[in-house]
Write a protein that binds this ligand. Structure first.
Ligand code: PBG
Length: 322
């Protein structure tokens, strides 16, 4: 035999030399759940190790993450039902706690990158990402609300907005609202290929944001579809997105690779709540080695082509490699 691939696997040092993919703490964006109040830290039942924090405790958590090298945070607020309404008005109420929190985080840690989610669901009494009328999700009427939400988030100091709503035309609409108001430096990380997925379950528990009626299949993509992701990518690119995102990650590694090969923009992937919960649950039962499963999952997302990974494992990963 002339060719023996095992020679390149003969020791850890040799394996290190031929390693094609390397994770870094710089790859990560850490999604965090925010609640109103003080001194609150409540674990999400379906996401062991992940908490909903009040702002005071979140600041400490962000500081701890930054010491580990994680610099980017995606803040998701949880609102009680009495703050939700049909038009998601709380999302752009200047007095609301999440906007004040973003301002406080940015003024406390100017070097942190703060990302926010643009979609109606955490603030909507219907639990949908868009405006619901007679059981239908209205597209263009939703854009106006997303525009107000985006402007409020930019005014609060957000660095990157993440439209996760999947309405048509939203990236261009948000871009023009930002630009008209002088926020040309605020970036957009578009949820480009966001699939109608079962893997968002624990996130909807964390925010109590499950749809009250129906599902999200008229706006989120069908898991059966591959080529359609290119239509979304082309639109987002032409509408001015700065990053394209694929979500979820693990069941959509082919989509990550597809966008990587067809775009010159940075590609992000969202290792979602259900993907985190699966690893945690199996490892708590002793059915698999949670640490190795975490590392392998994250590595596979990067190998597929992701430049950035949004993951609830971010802090655990950073702690492990410190
Ligand atoms: C809101 C939003 C969702 C997630 C991120 N932004 C939920 C959904 O679309 O239903 C899911 C994140 C996760 O599961 O970790 N539109």
């Amino acid at each position: 035999m002339l060719i023996r691939p095992r020679r390149n696997r003969k020791s850890q040092s040799v394996r290190n030399m031929v390693e094609e993919t390397r994770l870094s703490v710089k790859d990560f964006i850490f999604p965090m759940f925010l609640i109103d109040g003080i001194n609150q830290k409540i674990e999400v039942a379906s996401m062991p190790g992940i908490y909903r924090y009040s702002l005071d405790l979140m600041l400490g958590e962000i500081e701890a993450c930054m010491k580990l090298g994680i610099m980017a945070f995606d803040i998701f607020p949880a609102y009680p039902d009495d703050k939700k309404d049909k038009y998601a008005t709380e999302s752009f109420n200047p007095e609301t706690f999440y906007l004040k929190a973003i301002h406080k985080i940015k003024s406390t840690f100017p070097e942190a990158v703060v990302m926010t989610d643009v979609a109606m669901d955490p603030y909507s009494s219907d639990g949908h990402d868009g405006l619901v009328e007679n059981g239908k999700i209205l597209n263009d009427e939703t854009l106006e609300i997303l525009g107000k939400m985006s402007l409020a988030q930019a005014q609060a100091g957000a660095d990157i907005l993440g439209p996760s709503d999947m309405m048509d035309g939203r990236v261009g609409y948000i871009r023009s609202v930002l630009d008209q108001n002088g926020f040309t430096e605020v970036s957009i990380m578009s949820y480009t290929a966001k699939y109608a997925s079962a893997f968002y379950g624990p996130f909807r528990d964390a925010l109590d944001s499950a749809p009250k009626m129906g599902d999200k299949k008229t706006y989120q993509m069908d898991p059966a579809n591959y080529r359609e992701a290119l239509i979304e990518a082309e639109l987002d690119t032409n509408e001015g997105a700065d990053f394209l995102m694929v979500k979820p990650a693990l069941a959509y590694l082919d989509i990550i690779r597809l966008l990587k090969d067809n775009s010159n923009l940075p590609i992000a992937a969202y290792n979602v709540s259900g993907e985190y919960a699966m690893v945690k649950a199996a490892s708590q039962k002793g059915w698999l080695d949670g640490e190795r499963a975490m590392l392998e999952s994250l590595l596979s997302i990067k190998r597929a082509g992701a430049n950035l990974i949004l993951s609830y494992f971010a802090k655990e990963y950073a702690t492990l490699v410190k």
